[in-house]
Design a protein around this ligand. Structure first.
Ligand SMILES: C[S@@+](CC[C@H](N)C(=O)[O-])C[C@H]1O[C@@H](n2cnc3c(N)ncnc32)[C@H](O)[C@@H]1O
Length: 295
């Protein structure tokens, strides 16, 4: 069973909010519409999108960042620096606490990688849809394609290491969902969930991000940090001074051979240390599923 301790993740969520600023700004500019009065980021993490929405909307527009975890919300408060109202509420508690937190019908609600942490994802989507003004939009950033950063053959361990990490992450995700108290399966896709919530003109748009090799050393370090965090989560260990951010799992999702390969790739003293490679790149695709409240 995987149980996430969001307080441990709070600093990481803040640094993602900073490092994803360009992506958030690009998406926010495309999402906002003239006449939007209230924009909301639910499960806001470090508040990256809330900050981008506040920058993309005219002064005077209300932007609300909502999260269920106080330490995370505090990071969002610091990151958004007063441009955004930060409110504590959980998608697991139905629409009313969220309605109170927002305090007006929403023109736009954004929820990125947060609804999949709700015990009942369809109930969470229904709750969010019920908070929209007529014609308002609910945008769920969920799924896409697994990111690629490594060549298939690394010259250490079995080729295909990154694909096997994807499989392990899927298994971890399943254990996370199973470990949520009152977890309800949602055996269909996000566009169906938006439609079942009564939204119309539902569609998905996916955004590809590419940083081609050779990357700078700080960019390569970021890639190594991401892998280090995932290996830490999958093994249940704190890795190289990084908090693992969850408690209570003893499952081994990585094979001993792959784990040894990851340790070699992530060890600055190893001849295989990833950050020395000139062939690291970033190719990732994130999907945004958008539905509209009927007018
Ligand atoms: C994977 S993080 C995503 C953060 C941010 N939206 C992003 O895309 O970087 C998931 C976020 O959802 C929040 N969260 C988890 N369960 C929640 C719930 N039931 N209601 C509201 N927020 C929740 C967590 O505290 C965390 O900030």
């Amino acid at each position: 069973m995987v149980e996430i301790d969001w307080s441990e993740h709070a600093p990481r969520l803040r640094s993602s909010a900073a490092s994803e600023a360009d992506w958030n700004e690009q998406v926010a500019r495309q999402l906002v519409r003239p006449g939007d009065t209230v924009a909301v980021d639910v499960g806001c993490g470090g508040g990256g999108m809330a900050k981008a929405l506040a920058a993309a909307l005219p002064a005077g527009t209300t932007v609300v960042a909502i999260d269920a975890h106080p330490d995370v919300l505090e990071q969002a408060r610091q990151h958004t620096g007063g441009a955004v109202r930060c409110e504590l509420a959980s998608m697991d508690d139905g629409p009313e606490p969220l309605r109170k937190a927002i305090d007006a019908p929403a023109s736009l609600i954004w929820a990125s990688a947060s609804v999949h942490h709700a015990a009942d994802q369809q109930a969470a989507v229904n709750a969010l849809a019920s908070l929209l003004a007529p014609g308002g939009r609910l945008a769920l950033a969920e799924g896409g394609l697994p990111a690629r950063s490594l060549p298939w053959d690394l010259g250490v361990g079995e080729p295909g290491l990154e694909s096997r990490l994807d499989v392990a992450r899927d298994q971890y995700f399943r254990a996370m969902r199973d470990g949520l108290p009152g977890s309800v399966p949602m055996p269909y896709g996000w566009t169906d969930a938006l439609t079942r919530a009564g939204l119309v003109d539902v569609a998905t748009r996916s955004i590809l991000t590419e940083q081609s090799a050779p990357l700078s050393v700080p960019e390569r370090e970021k890639i190594a940090d991401k892998f280090r965090e995932w290996v830490g989560r999958l093994t249940g260990e704190a890795e190289a001074g990084h908090g693992h951010g969850h408690v209570g799992h003893d499952t081994q999702w990585l094979s001993p051979d792959d784990l040894a390969t990851w340790r070699a790739l992530l060890d600055p003293d190893s001849e295989h240390y990833l950050v020395r490679r000139t062939d690291l790149a970033v190719l990732s695709v994130r999907s945004i599923h958008l539905g509209h409240a009927p007018n």
